[in-house]
Structures are given as C-alpha cells and as structure tokens.
Design a protein around this ligand. Structure first.
Ligand code: ADP
Length: 436
C-alpha cells in the first residue's frame, strides 16, 4: 500500500469515531470499533488493483550461470568465453575449448588465447566499455576464419563471442575466383577479335585473301564466346535448381539416340566413329530430359574431341545396377588403371541406377589431374587445339547435373589407356508418374 493510502486510512480511523461521538452522541468504545472497521474497509477499497495478467507475465529472474543458460552455452556451436576480474577466465563453453584446449577456471586470458587480435579487441572493449569486434584466421587444426565480439558485461565481466565465418569466406573466395576466371576466358577471344579488327582496318584493308582468313578466325572466336556464355548460363540454371531433384520420367535409351542423331555430322566431320550400344528397351530414370541430354552430349563431345581421327568411341547403358553390387564400381579399363568418383552416388539401401558409359581410346588423363576434373575452367593441359576449342565447363556441368539428379559420376583414365566416364542416374521404380 502506498503512503497516501495509509494516511487516508489512519485519518478515517481517527476522525470517524470523533465525529460519531460529537454528532450522533454514540459512546466512545462503540465509535472506536466502527472507526477501525471503516479503516479496514478503506484499506481494502483503496488497495491497488493489479491487472489480471500480472501473475502470468511476472518476469522470472534469470540467475547468471543458471543451469538452463549453461546448457544452452554448452550446445551452441559458437565458442563463448567469459572473462572476470583481473583478466581471469571464468567460463569457456565446449566450442571455445575446442579451439583453446588449455581452459581451466581462473586461467589468465592471455595464457589461454594466444591470438593477438583477440587479446587486443578484449583490451579495447574493456577500455571503452563498448562492444568491439575483429576478424582473424585460425591456422590449426584446420584453416578457419572467425569473427570475435568482445562484449563488456556488468561487474567488470566481459564475454568473448566467436562466430565461424569460414563458409562465408570460402564462398566469397570462390565467387572472386570465378569472376576472375570468367573475365580471363572472355578476354582471350575478345583480344583476338579486336586484334583482327585492327588488322582488317589497317594493313589488310586491300588484301582479299587475308580478309577471308581473318574473318573465319573471328567467326570462330565469336562462336567460342557464345559457347562460353551458353555454358555459364547452363551452370547457373542447374545451380539454382540444385536442391530440387527431378521427379519426371525420362527414357535414357531414347535420350542417347537423340544425341546420336544430333551429333552425327560432328563425328563425321572429325573422322571419329561412334559406336552406340543401345539397350534392348526403354530405360526409365528420374530426370530432367534436357539435362540428361546435356550430360550425354558433353561426354560424347569430349570423347570425340580427344580421340585421334580414324579411331572409335563406345557409348553404352547398363540398365539396372544396384548401388551395393560390385558391378556398380567396376573398373572398365582393368584393376590397375586409376578410377575416381567425381560425384559419389547415394548409398540408400536397394537404390538402383542406370549407368551410362562413354569410353574413348584418346590420350588418357594423368592420375594427378583426376581429382580436379569437374572444377570450373580446369583443363589438363592448356594450349592444345582441343583445349582451345573447349570452354573448360563441360565436366563441371555434368558434375552439377549428376548432383542434382542424386546420381554418381566417375572417371577411369591413364595416359595410353584411354578414358571411361560413367554417370549413374537413379532408376524410376514406380511407373505411376507421367512422362515429360
Ligand atoms: P573442355 O571444354 O575444355 O573440354 P571439360 O570440362 O569438358 O572442358 O574438360 C576438362 C578437361 O578435362 C579438358 O580440358 C581435358 O583436359 C580433360 N578431358 C575431358 N575429357 C577428356 C577425355 N575424354 N580424354 C582426355 N581428356 C579429357
């Protein structure tokens, strides 16, 4: 009860009996009882009324270091350290102990944390009494990029909260590298085009034979830029849908036939024979038709590109292979030739795949290059004619499409032994879904 309310109640208790004695001539004893009763009534009436929700909403004080808080700090993946008076560490959660294993209660911060950036930011936060932050790199056990915030608390305490920005850093690094690669790839044909434009408008102005030759080269370079842009757009479309596995039924055997029809003039022009070994009937996979065709086309295109004139490549389909069977990982070129999974097929029990195989008797790829196949713009040997016509994106596109299809992609190769690329597509097991 507030002070004001107390005074009113006392006045009623004192003045009431006096008035009754004087005005109503009531005996003093009875008047005192009436006064006391009225005062109690006044206290009850004047009592502050709490809102109905007050009980529910009453805040529960959170004790520092309470079990719930400790439990949360124990499971969050971000490292947290609490520093007390004289720079002694009071608390470090398990994530913090993983990067600073020397934690024991009361240890000096500078003995636990050896990174000068972290100690400096803690010092600044203490001096200014304000949140300070800094980014720094951890070299061991593996390279990680962290942001640390030093947050002054009550009673001279301070919290150091770390955030792992390694993924962000990596993505940023990849984006920058990708942009540098794209500009480099576009700059080469562009430089060649502008060089020929200068020549045509300069000393070749009146040389009809030179003009014809240069214009053909310029057309080639322009076509190369067009291919590069097409491939980049394909990649970005595939990446945008990467999380959506295709749900439609595609006949892999029919797709293989379509590619053969489309590419026959190219095989003929290059003088390479292509042996297609189609399965006896349709092979239904879960896929997106255009992307399945792109996979077959890119692999055949490479095989033809790297195969010497007069030789032949083979394209076949194994229509039904169980993931767990040894057949799935078989080495088509023999046990001694290295084989590498570029995309590992899911190991779901009972999952069955149709496996496309493209085999060529070309130069083969040295073992040290196999792990990098599928990286954008990665070429085994720069400078050869075949490499100059390619974009360096063909296998990256196959890798991304296989990933999206939840399939597998592998290569077996060795200089002198030729190359075999295989792509496994998940079989469509229910026939209830409609075709594309
Ligand atoms: P490109 O458009 O340059 O062919 P890809 O991504 O398709 O780019 O291939 C990347 C690199 O892998 C090629 O530059 C080449 O060095 C190597 N490569 C791909 N397929 C074959 C193959 N069948 N035989 C030999 N080397 C190959």
């Amino acid at each position: 009860m507030t002070r004001g309310r107390k005074i009113i109640a006392v006045m009623v208790a004192a003045m009431g009996p006096l008035a009754l004695v004087i005005l109503a001539k009531i005996p003093l004893g009875g008047a005192l009882w009436v006064g006391a009763g009225t005062a109690v009534l006044m206290v009850l009436i004047l009592r502050p009324v709490r809102p109905a929700t007050a009980k529910v909403a009453a805040p529960v004080p959170v004790r520092q270091g309470s079990n719930a808080a400790q439990e949360v700090l124990g499971i969050i993946p971000d490292p947290v350290i609490v520093v007390g008076a004289q720079e002694r560490v009071e608390f470090a959660n398990p994530a913090a102990c993983a990067i600073y294993p020397g934690f024991e209660r009361g240890i000096l911060l500078s003995l636990l944390v050896r990174h000068p950036e972290v100690l400096a930011v803690a010092g600044r936060a203490r001096m200014k009494g304000l949140l300070q932050e800094v980014r720094f790199a951890l070299r061991r056990p593996s390279e990680r990029f962290l942001r640390v915030m030093a947050l002054p608390l009550k009673a001279g305490r301070m919290a150091l909260i770390f955030q792992d920005e390694t993924e962000l850093h990596r993505a940023e690094h990849m984006r920058a590298g990708f942009l540098a690669n794209v500009s480099h790839e576009l700059r080469t044909p562009l430089a060649s085009l502008s060089g020929y434009i200068d020549t045509l408008s300069g000393h070749a102005k009146d040389d009809a034979a030179a003009q014809e030759r240069f214009l053909a080269i310029m057309a080639d370079q322009a076509a190369r830029m067009g291919r590069l842009i097409d491939d980049l757009l394909s990649l970005s479309r595939i990446e945008m849908d990467a999380h959506l596995a295709p749900k439609t039924q595609v006949d892999l055997a029919a797709a293989m036939g379509d590619v053969k029809d489309a590419l026959t003039p190219v095989f003929t022009a290059r003088g390479v024979e292509v042996n297609m070994e189609p399965p006896s009937g349709p092979v239904y996979i879960l896929g997106e038709r255009d992307q399945v065709i792109q996979v077959i086309q890119n692999l055949i295109d490479n095989a033809v590109k790297y195969t010497p004139k007069g030789k032949s490549i083979t394209v076949s389909i194994n229509p039904d292979v169980i993931r767990q069977s040894p057949e799935f990982d078989q080495k088509a070129l023999g046990e001694t030739v290295p084989r590498l999974q570029i995309v590992e097929a899911p190991r779901d029990p009972g999952q069955r795949f149709a496996v496309l195989e493209v085999r060529d008797p070309g130069p083969g790829i040295p073992a040290e290059h196999l792990p990098r196949l599928g990286e954008r713009f990665y070429r085994v040997e720069a400078g050869k004619t075949a490499e100059r016509t390619g974009t360096g994106l063909g296998l990256a596109i196959v890798k991304h499409i296989t990933n999206r299809h939840r399939g597998g992609f592998s290569v077996q190769s060795q200089p002198g032994a030729g190359t075999v690329f295989t792509v496994a597509f998940p079989l469509m097991l229910s026939q209830n879904l409609g075709t594309e």
